[in-house]
Design a protein around this ligand. Structure first.
Ligand code: XLS
Ligand code: NI
Ligand code: NI
Length: 442
């Protein structure tokens, strides 16, 4: 069956997606994601808090630098901006509801077309916020986070908050103000800053220090506005090392944490970590999660995966059980995500043109996370995984090792310990054992 373009909404022929379990061979059912099943003391849906991404699923046309759109949406065809935006929102809520996704996320410009007129854009977004509020009430869907797109418009070609031109920064601020108003109005639980063009193309024309100071001032100003207006959620920074900009300031989790600390933003901001951004930065996803968790800043996730044969942000739907089991180990040990959830920042391929493709993509993504959650919980509960890692550091738990940790040993005393105790034993890191253990529980 292929795309039905003459229907009012695209998704009316698709049934509600249900959990059918491992015996099922129905591609339109969940095999692992059983939202109320309790894992590690909480229903799955509370650990995972899945969200659909407006931009990929309802705006992503399949166009690429070499080709025109392949995803032709019925809501794009008729009427003025608000009429089209409402038709799109009807379809979006129908889709999200059929999948049982509890949350959604959007950028301002995803919801309704913007012009160059600040006041007109505010009115458009406000109209759509009223409409979304009604839809949220009808369906019980909630907004995981809102954000403003400060990277697509040509004015942002040199950045928004880090633009060398103050006038451009002010336009970015106008968009963020309206997006924060919308987020508050819709009861949004978080607000995201992804700095796609906050960075530089060449240092030859860039004063990095001024740009970073402006960036920090901008974030403070946005945060103060939101707090004054009653926003109690968390702000997330989403790291990404490059693309579209050659070098982005929010390079990776460690860089962002340093930035937040330097500019006194730690109290209000946490991290939104994306799988494909981690790999672009030369890290594993697990690494980024662990860095954030260790700093107490593990806020939210943008779920997707890269293509490991090429180097860009392909935003494919997650399907790597090994990668996600390791990720869920970190998340479970950290006690879960702080305020956030799992947003599918992923798009179906340009040549995936059936209505069902978008469903298959999300079903697969939700199932793989559910399976990873169950697997990771089993590993933590039933295996010697935790014990092995703890044991590796046991020499610091007592005696001289513990004294060192308490700061009681001088460099001379450390030297004497080495001299007295001779050569240390060779102790295995047992990597292959642990890798097999993960596979055994999968
Ligand atoms: C792009 C980013 C973007 C953010 C939201 O690479 O992942 O989609 O999540 O602006
Ligand atoms: Ni993202
Ligand atoms: Ni991305």
């Amino acid at each position: 069956m292929s795309t039905v373009l003459d229907q009012k909404t695209l998704f009316s022929a698709i049934p509600t997606i249900k959990f059918e379990g491992l015996e099922s061979d129905n591609p339109m059912a969940f095999r692992w994601y059983d939202e109320n099943r309790v894992v590690a003391g909480k229903p799955m849906k509370e650990w995972l808090r899945f969200a659909g991404a407006y931009w990929h699923s309802f705006n992503g046309s399949g166009a690429d630098p070499f080709g025109e759109p392949t995803h032709l949406f019925p809501w794009d065809s008729e009427g003025d901006a608000i009429t089209r935006a409402k038709a799109k929102m009807d379809a979006a809520f129908e889709f999200l509801t059929k999948l049982g996704l509890p949350y959604y996320c959007f950028h301002d410009v995803d919801v309704v077309d913007y012009t160059n007129d600040v006041a007109d854009n505010e009115r458009r977004l406000q109209t759509m916020v009223e409409y979304a509020k009604q839809k949220q009430q009808e369906t019980g869907l909630k907004l995981l986070w809102g954000t403003a797109n400060l990277f697509s418009h040509r004015r942002y070609m040199n950045g928004a908050a880090t633009n060398p031109d103050f006038h451009v920064l002010a336009h970015g601020a106008a968009q963020v103000k309206a997006a924060i108003d919308a987020t508050i109005e819709l009861g949004g639980e978080n607000y995201v800053f992804w700095g796609g063009r906050e960075g530089y193309m060449t240092l030859l024309n860039t004063n990095m220090q001024r740009e970073q100071e402006n960036f920090a001032r901008f974030l403070h100003t946005c945060k103060d506005y939101a707090r004054r207006n009653g926003f109690r959620g968390t702000f997330f920074i989403e790291p990404k090392p490059m693309e579209p900009t050659k070098h982005q300031y929010d390079y990776d989790a460690a860089t962002v944490i340093g930035f937040l600390r330097q500019y006194d933003l730690l109290g209000d901001f946490k991290l939104n970590l994306e799988v494909n951004h981690a790999t672009l930065a030369g890290h594993t996803f697990q690494h980024e999660l662990q860095v954030a968790a260790d700093a107490g800043l593990l806020g939210s996730i943008d779920a997707n995966r890269g293509d490991y044969q090429n180097g860009w942000d392909t935003d494919q739907f997650p399907n790597d059980i090994y990668e996600l089991t390791e990720a869920m180990l970190v998340i479970l040990e950290a006690g879960g995500l702080q305020g956030g959830g799992i947003n599918f920042d992923a798009k179906i391929r340009r040549n995936s043109t059936d209505v069902q493709d978008l469903f298959h993509a999300h079903i697969g993504g939700m199932d793989i996370f559910a399976r990873a959650l169950i697997t990771a919980d089993n590993i933590l509960q039933k295996s010697d995984y935790k014990q092995i890692r703890q044991q590796r550091y046991a020499s610091f738990d007592a005696g001289a090792g513990a004294a060192f940790r308490r700061g009681e040993l001088t460099l001379e005393q450390l030297r004497d310990y080495a001299a007295e105790h001779g050569e240390p034993q060779i102790i295995s890191g047992r990597q292959e054992y642990l890798e097999n253990l993960i596979n055994r529980y999968i």
